[in-house]
Design a protein around this ligand. Structure first.
Ligand code: NAG
Ligand code: NAG
Ligand code: NAG
Ligand code: NAG
Length: 725
């Protein structure tokens, strides 16, 4: 590790004065029974030359902010047992991390009274990733998932844990008697199967039960205060990959789900309900893309060969397109897919009539060793579950992002960056054992991840499983991976059958597959889909029976509600103790020095917007001489110290920001109107030479957040570092 000493200073600059003039429910009676609390907080984390989590594309760095990332927490309990709680947190992040969840729990222990902290443990929290592909990476637990970040990004886990624990504390303080309704309906034209040929391998009789090769149903919960009828929050689950922002995007974004949450929360804030929390959660989206216009060959523009994703045999040329592709690019696609989900969620919320009743709220959680599972009722290879491995198609990618930009064996690190790291990685590669090859069946093994344990597990062979019962009408499965459409359907049906036959759930209960929860093990496809070895199957870590193993574990865990305790460990249910933490590898270069060009100061404007009159929909843009964002944004106290006061209900609501839009309210008195968390504003940093930086601030006037006519300025905020002598 470099050991250069440096000191970083707050950089608070009001530099730019761009003058512009802008043309300007019935309450349901509470069912006694449920207590619900909601909360939300920022989990954006450090940005600046850090590879984004999702596309595994080394060239895609998080260098700016479009939409800040949020954690949205919901606590449920029964009035009959108010201390038996379950916590669902939908988090705008690429994938879940158990290490981060542990930090969340220790934050809660530090910040709540001992009695309150005891209510929230590693057993009753589900931290589910929305799977946005435009968030910062570097917080994953397994080495495989850390590779594109050169290990663990310092501060990334801590920032997420800080936001998640804050959201949970807000929900804890908000807990009160609530009416919860449940509703379900189809979202049209917002999703497409990206491996349709694999889906077709599922038995015809099974496929005949469904109209589509993706799940179009959205399940939505609406939470209202039992006393006042105020809408506290909504949570919904709809299967679609947040890949509307494409692999060229460099600004952090919650993508289509984050955008839908943002819009609903902003609408409610403007209507005087700023604490409203709206989660657009992830479910069985493993093979589901938001690129609904289909996939096309980038060179010829011709549609790729019937979902095989092949352009004259070259997979890397086949790329999906969103609905806004021809008109407004990936940002418009994000808006279209986000608004489709939002419109359905709002309709379902308004029309809901079914209330969750029956007081019981309960949970079960355990760690299971996958390769030790024996599948009941099966023989030979069909009864076995493998150690983890990734197939060759894992490296080929999907039509949402064709291929990893590096190879495992060759010396072709793009732009030769971080040589020491790549040499380190190459030295760790191992040939798969014969047992692994046999067990993995149809999968040609690229990486024997379950057999590679240096510097620590490349992929864990042990996973945490959590299940919640929220009344007799709703179960939630915390699945530690990305679940394909048909896999999710099988999980839901078989777990429901177990719960109903045990008398734990009513026959009309719903089972939610909360995908990407608490730990990440790549994909889960059906046995049939696995045989085709497309990307999702090549990334189904534990072999052809991965899904069957997950279902067996969830059914066994579900059956323990009846017995009142966890079932004993057995070959069908191989319980293990929680893995210990390792010392993280980190090869990310720290930022030690910022410079401004000769004769210029940090914060000088390098490109002014034309002073002009702007109207709704116009774009304002300015460029500043700035500092590396990994030195941190400003914080709220710094802003307040300068005299500018936030409005009561800032739609962004972040505690720190790299930019503000401010309105003049009196001579030399400015009021902050927008921050960098808003869809209408964009912040982008770029390196200029060795240690100089330029930052571009943009504002689409009145894009989603209406502003009144007046005089406005845009301000950049940051911190710079200087070498210490
Ligand atoms: C979905 O798309 C089809 C084809 O473009 C169109 O006919 C239909 O009206 C759309 N449905 C909705 C609900 O937007
Ligand atoms: C992503 O979308 C932008 C426009 O929004 C476009 O300029 C860029 O080429 C796209 N990148 C890829 C890899 O499709
Ligand atoms: C293994 O399971 C698959 C999927 O259920 C089935 O098609 C196949 O016949 C089984 N093989 C054996 C040897 O039982
Ligand atoms: C080097 O990096 C740039 C930008 O990050 C990228 O556009 C270019 O394709 C890379 N070169 C190679 C050989 O991968």
């Amino acid at each position: 590790m470099p050991s250069l000493m440096s000191r970083c200073y707050p950089l608070l600059l009001a530099c730019l004065f761009a003058c512009l003039f802008v043309s300007a429910s019935p309450v349901r009676r509470a069912e006694p029974g449920l207590l619900v609390g909601v909360g939300k907080s920022d989990v954006t984390g450090p940005i600046g030359e850090i590879t984004m989590a999702g596309y595994a594309e080394l060239a895609q760095k998080a260098n700016g902010i479009h939409l800040r990332l949020k954690a949205r927490a919901f606590i449920f309990a029964s009035e009959s047992a108010p201390n038996r709680r379950v916590v669902y947190v939908s988090t705008d992040m690429g994938w879940p991390s158990y290490r981060t969840l542990k930090l969340v729990v220790s934050n809660l222990q530090a910040q709540l009274s001992p009695a309150d902290a005891a209510l929230y443990t590693l057993d009753n929290i589900m931290m589910s990733a929305t799977h946005t592909h435009s968030g910062v990476g570097g917080y994953a637990d397994n080495f495989l998932t850390q590779i594109t970040n050169f290990g663990v990004t310092p501060g990334a886990r801590e920032a997420i844990a800080q936001g998640v624990s804050q959201a949970i504390i807000m929900a804890h303080q908000d807990l009160a008697a609530a009416t919860v309704t449940i509703n379900k309906g189809r979202v049209e034209n917002a999703s497409i199967n990206r491996s349709p040929t694999s889906y077709l391998l599922n038995p015809a009789s099974e496929r005949a039960q469904y109209t589509d090769d993706v799940d179009r149903d959205m399940l939505l919960l609406t939470v209202k205060d039992a006393q006042t009828g105020r809408m506290k929050g909504t949570a919904n689950w709809f299967a679609v990959h947040p890949v509307s922002m494409n692999v060229s995007n460099e600004r952090v974004s919650g993508d289509n789900k984050g955008y839908a949450s943002y819009l609903w929360e902003a609408q409610q804030a403007l209507a005087g309900n700023p604490t409203f929390v709206s989660a657009f959660g992830q479910t069985n989206a493993g093979d589901v893309s938001a690129n609904t216009a289909g996939a096309f060959c980038v060179d010829t523009g011709v549609a790729c060969d019937g979902g095989k994703g092949s352009c004259g045999g070259d997979l890397s040329k086949c790329l999906g397109r969103g609905p806004g592709y021809d008109i407004g690019g990936d940002q418009l696609s994000t808006e279209i897919i986000g608004k489709s989900q939002l419109a359905k969620a709002q309709e379902l919320s308004t029309s809901a009539v079914k209330t969750l009743t029956g007081g019981v709220v309960d949970f079960r959680k355990t760690w299971i060793s996958l390769p030790d599972i024996k599948l009941t009722g099966q023989t030979g290879l069909n009864a076995t579950v493998c150690k983890a491995a990734m197939g060759y198609s894992f490296s080929a990618g999907t039509t949402d992002c064709p291929a990893l930009s590096f190879s495992w064996q060759g010396d072709n690190d793009p732009n030769a960056s971080n040589k020491p790291f790549w040499n380190f990685v190459r030295g760790l590669l191992k040939e798969p054992s014969q047992d692994l090859i046999t067990c993995q069946g149809a999968k040609p093994i690229l990486l024997a991840t379950g057999e590679m344990t240096s510097p620590y597990d490349w992929q864990s062979n042990q996973l945490p499983y959590t299940i919640f019962m929220i009344t007799r009408k709703l179960a939630m499965l915390g699945v530690p991976g990305e679940v394909s459409t048909m896999s999710g359907r099988r999980m839901r049906a078989q777990v429901l059958q177990q719960l109903v036959s045990d008398g734990t759930a009513d026959a009309d209960a719903e089972v939610i597959v909360a995908g990407l929860t608490n730990s990440y093990s790549s994909y889960i496809t059906t046995w049939e889909e696995y045989q085709a070895q497309r990307y999702e199957a090549g990334s189904t870590a534990y072999g052809p029976n991965t899904l069957a193993a997950h279902i067996q574990v969830f059914k066994t865990l579900a059956s323990s509600f009846k017995s009142g305790s966890l079932p004993p460990a057995s070959p069908a249910f191989p319980i293990v103790s929680e893995p210990t933490d390792f010392n993280d590898v980190n090869f990310l270069t720290p930022i030690v020095l910022d410079t401004a060009p000769a004769g210029k100061k940090f914060g000088d404007v390098s490109v002014q917007p034309g002073a002009a009159t702007y109207k709704t929909g116009n774009k304002v843009s300015a460029e500043f001489i700035c500092a590396h964002p990994r030195n941190g944004g400003s914080d709220a106290s710094t802003i307040a110290a300068d005299g500018a006061k936030p409005l009561a209900a800032l739609p962004g609501g972040a505690s720190s920001t790299f930019m503000t839009v401010e309105r003049q309210v009196a001579p030399n008195v400015w009021e902050i109107v927008l921050d960098d968390a808003v869809w209408d504003t964009k912040y982008l940093w770029r390196r200029n030479g060795v240690a100089e930086s330029r930052c571009t601030l943009e504002w689409t006037v009145g894009g989603s957040f209406p502003v009144v006519a007046g005089t406005y300025r845009m301000r950049y905020l940051g911190r710079y570092c200087r070498l210490q002598s």
